[in-house]
Write a protein that binds this ligand. Structure first.
Ligand SMILES: [Zn+2]
Length: 367
């Protein structure tokens, strides 16, 4: 449901001519309860689901490697409502400066391989709210300091965007025996300048990523990023593909150029797999944030309170994980064929409404 008002409409629904009312708590109560929930307990709930799935071999490694991705996401913004946990920024508008308030979290998603004959289950493991005056990488390190001890063997490689190309991020992961892999964008960086020179001198080798023709460069043991406590490997993938134009239905050639920095050794992961991991960084956008916002209404603020926002999001993570585990493991692939995720969500909702109806249906009414 997109709002607590929608909930109240169900709560106030009178069934048929009987005048009987479905008994549910009010929207106010839900908001108040969210504000008092224990985030630690919800995190344990998510861990419990993870443990069950892991024990049942539903979260296999990807060719011997556990992979996860993290990214920041702004959950909502408002000019009017704010709380002590709000971050704020000044927007310079035509009508003058305005202060905008918002909340932002760093989320960690696990990207396991697919169990035999099933689809892979992506799990939302945890999130950490960004605090006032703090950078996103700092928030991420606090998240990892909690997640790594709780899930010591869940992942070996962590994917992140260019913002995480910081020595503190790389060194933190190295200290916990994990590998980092980030997009390398900063042209001012010594490492970037170092490899930019190599691209001109060294011929790339051809490769393929899905339907794309690629030229790959792969340089190991680079030591020009002195602040990182290990040699760094840089991989570049220059990809060409075609996109059909709407206007004249002709194929228009496109190119994309990716450069990644990682501590993952070439002996462990060859170029082709490493390029695939680079593209998987988008999974958290495509399968995580997009679905959370569009299908789970996660950007709606049900109660503007830091704890309520943190806990509500954790409840959504729990629901997302259980829903996807249910679809992947309990619905036979043949039964799923041709039906969207939304179909299954509505079927589950219909069953819940049916239960509410059963509760209020007087015995003299026909079933
Ligand atoms: Zn706030």
């Amino acid at each position: 449901m997109g709002s607590l008002n929608a909930w109240e409409l169900v709560a106030g629904a009178r069934v048929g001519q009987t005048g009987l009312q479905v008994s549910t708590c009010s929207a106010d109560t839900i908001g108040r309860v969210q504000a008092r929930l224990d985030a630690g307990g919800l995190r344990q709930g998510i861990h419990h689901v993870y443990e069950h799935l892991k024990r049942n071999k539903a979260l296999p490694d990807v060719q011997g490697l556990g992979v996860a991705v993290l990214d920041g996401h702004e959950s909502h913004a408002s000019y009017l409502r704010h709380c002590p946990g709000c971050l704020q920024r000044t927007l310079h508008l035509e009508a003058g400066d305005r202060i905008q308030f918002y909340h932002r979290q760093v989320t960690l998603m696990l990207l396991p391989g697919a169990p035999p004959g099933r689809e892979a289950i992506r799990l939302l493991l945890d999130h950490e709210p960004q605090r006032v005056g703090e950078g996103e990488v700092e928030t991420a390190l606090r998240l990892l300091a909690r997640v790594i001890p709780a899930y010591p063997r869940a992942f070996d490689l962590l994917l992140a965007d260019a913002l995480y190309g910081s020595a503190s991020f790389f060194n933190f992961l190295l200290a916990h025996s994990k590998h980092a892999r980030v997009l390398l964008k900063d042209e001012r960086r010594d490492l970037y300048q170092d490899v930019a020179g190599l691209f001109d001198q060294v011929a790339p080798h051809p490769g393929r990523y899905r339907s794309r023709h690629c030229w790959w460069w792969d340089f190991s043991d680079l030591r020009s990023w002195a602040q990182v406590q290990a040699p760094v490997r840089v991989i570049r993938s220059l990809e060409t593909y075609s996109v059909r134009r709407q206007l004249d239905q002709r194929d228009a050639p496109q190119t994309s150029d990716w450069i990644w920095a990682t501590t993952l050794p070439a002996t462990q992961v060859p170029t082709e797999r490493a390029v695939g991991f680079g593209h998987q960084r988008w999974d958290i956008e495509n399968y995580g944030f997009n679905e959370l916002v569009n299908q789970w209404h996660s950007d709606h603020v049900f109660k503007h309170d830091s704890n309520a926002i943190e806990c509500f999001l954790l409840v959504v993570f729990l629901a997302y994980n259980i829903f996807h585990a249910f679809l992947a493991l309990h619905v036979k692939p043949a039964a799923r064929k041709g039906k969207t995720q939304v179909f299954w969500a509505r079927l589950i909702a219909a069953e819940l409404y049916g239960e509410l109806y059963k509760e209020v249906r007087p015995t003299r009414m026909p079933p």
